[in-house]
Design a protein. Structure first.
Ligand code: BG6
Length: 531
């Protein structure tokens, strides 16, 4: 079977299935958490679903000393388990083994030239054996402080070189030697550092070769926003200020800072969640229709939307942005410590673990429609949702009920944990009397799809192998989002600007955040929709 061919299958619905060209993944940070939890399992599932070219291989690099066998062994049990208890043990063991036989490892110091010389020699060997096309995808999954040194070494060693015509993967047959670099978030910690990283990347590769990842873009429901809005005719006419009252985006997590205090103390929740996931979801929900489903046309519209967001000025932060930190509390019946008592966190840390803000979009479609965004750790439940509240009916024929007494229609994109879409409408309750009730029409992926939905990384890694950048962040997008977030982050951490930043609220772990968040909406005569 020619696995490298692109196939288009139309089965009742329009369905594009593609098998990428041969490629190898060279993962920096291969002994780390991301590689173990996401990258290798996602590549394995692609392999298992026959969505990887048969000519792939994976090459890990990290500081930890180990050989190929030990590297493989570190994944074996988890991958086998992921195939499910019901599957034939011998067969699943063989599938895992044949996948892991394509995995290799080299240990070394990221700052030493030797590591890159060794990698280069190893890739020559492996390319000969597995893929003569020499398509290499470098994945930066190390701590972010290592990104620039690694990129510089990729350039110096010639590893990032590409033949003059091999810019993108989606190329006529015969072209070879494409390289690209996937950069895990965080992409910088402010506008300046993001630009610096970008300029180093641009010294060794072109924009078409740089894949800035935001895993939220690979989530099923997030991708579905585009289809929902632009593949159906009934929503677009009402997707504007005439019909929509407000939009709320929530990412609530149960987890605390876990073992990432070192990173989180430097980042804080605003940088960690808003510059990327929150603004990405906002841009998909609010952007204008792109003229085609082409990476750059979609990304043009996202950037245009981000540019239309009215930047929050320092003197407006107190009124429009709420920052808070979790105190001790109870999560799922278990006592959990306050953020300041977590391992690696300074006892007097003022780093925020929760942010809520009100944004406005200064364009024709959204003038006057508030966008309320909130995200936080150690909240009452894990729940990420985009909630669109429509305006009240203009007139009520159901006297004595007034228009404002009738609950508005609410459309919810359920991003996680239960992916789907729901619509709240008012309807008659069956019976002899005229009673009105809120009815929820619910679509759940779990009702129509057997088994678990693919992890966001599966989609994104596949897209990278296909050379499709639609779900990756372009440089201008990254710059606009940082320019919106950086001034707020700077006020948050500059002690001399404490009066501009407002109070750092403390909320009990396991709650819905500080009361001030309710007030942010109450001032506008609104409230958070219960999710
Ligand atoms: C990451 C953040 O990007 O997203 C984490 O760095 C956060 O702090 C995570 O926990 C949330 O992702 P998900 O997919 O679990 O919602």
């Amino acid at each position: 079977m020619a696995l490298t061919q692109t196939t288009l299958n139309i089965r009742g619905t329009f369905c594009i299935e593609t098998i990428p060209k041969p490629a190898s993944f060279i993962i920096f940070g291969a002994s780390g958490d991301l590689t173990h939890r996401k990258l290798i399992p996602s590549l394995f599932f692609l392999y298992q679903k026959a969505l990887l070219s048969e000519h792939f291989y994976i090459h890990g690099c990290a500081r930890t000393q180990m050989d190929d066998e030990k590297f493989r062994a570190s994944f074996f049990d988890k991958l086998k388990e992921s195939l499910g208890k019901s599957s034939d043990t011998k067969a699943s063991g063989n599938t895992v083994k044949s996948f892991l036989n394509r995995c290799f490892y080299i240990a070394g110091d990221y700052n030493s030239e030797n590591l890159y010389i060794n990698i280069k020699n190893r890739l020559v060997e492996l390319d000969k054996k597995f893929q003569k096309e020499k398509n290499h995808i470098f994945y930066l999954a190390t701590p972010p402080s290592l990104y620039i040194p690694i990129v510089q070494h990729l350039g110096k060693s010639g590893l990032s070189d590409t033949p003059p015509n091999a810019g993108a993967f989606r190329r006529p047959h015969g072209e070879r030697g494409r390289t690209c670099i996937i950069v895990e978030k965080p992409f910088g910690r402010d506008l300046e550092s993001a630009r610096k990283l970008d300029s180093e990347l641009k010294k060794v590769s072109k924009e078409e070769q740089i894949y800035r990842i935001d895993h939220y873009l690979g989530k099923e429901t997030v991708q579905n926003i585009l289809l929902f809005r632009f593949a159906n005719s009934i929503f677009e006419p009402i997707w504007n200020r005439r019909y929509i009252d407000n939009i709320q985006i929530t990412v609530a997590e149960l987890l605390g800072v876990e073992h990432r205090a070192g990173y989180f103390e430097q980042a804080g929740l605003l940088r960690d969640m808003f510059q990327n996931h929150m603004l990405q979801m906002l841009s998909l929900v609010a952007m204008e229709p792109p003229i085609s489903f082409d990476a750059n046309r979609v990304r043009d519209e996202k950037v245009k939307l981000l540019r239309a967001i009215t930047p929050i000025q320092p003197h407006e932060i107190r009124d429009r942005v709420i920052r808070a930190q979790y105190g001790k509390g109870t999560i799922e019946g278990r006592e959990v410590p306050a953020y300041r008592d977590e391992k690696g966190v300074a006892p007097d840390s003022t780093v925020e673990t929760y942010v809520a803000m009100k944004l406005s979009i200064d364009n024709w479609r959204w003038q006057g429609v508030p966008f309320y965004l909130r995200a936080g750790k150690r909240l009452a439940k894990k729940s990420s949702k985009i909630v669109i509240t429509f305006k009240n009916v203009p007139h009520s024929m159901f006297q004595p009920l007034r228009p404002e007494d009738l609950e508005p229609n609410i459309l919810i994109f359920h991003v996680q944990p239960e992916e789907g879409i729901s619509l709240r409408i008012l309807a008659k309750r069956p019976g002899p009397k005229l009673c009105m009730d809120t009815l929820e029409m619910v679509f759940r992926y779990s009702d129509v799809i057997e088994g678990e939905l693919p992890d966001a990384y599966e989609r994104l890694l596949l897209d990278c192998m296909l050379g499709d950048q639609t779900l990756f962040i372009r440089n201008d997008d990254m710059e606009v989002s940082w320019s919106l977030i950086t001034p707020i982050a700077e006020v948050f951490e500059d002690k001399s600007k404490a009066s501009l930043a407002g109070t750092l609220h403390i909320y009990p772990a396991g709650s819905w955040g500080p009361v001030a968040t309710e007030e942010l909406l109450q001032k506008d005569g609104r409230s958070w929709v219960r999710i």
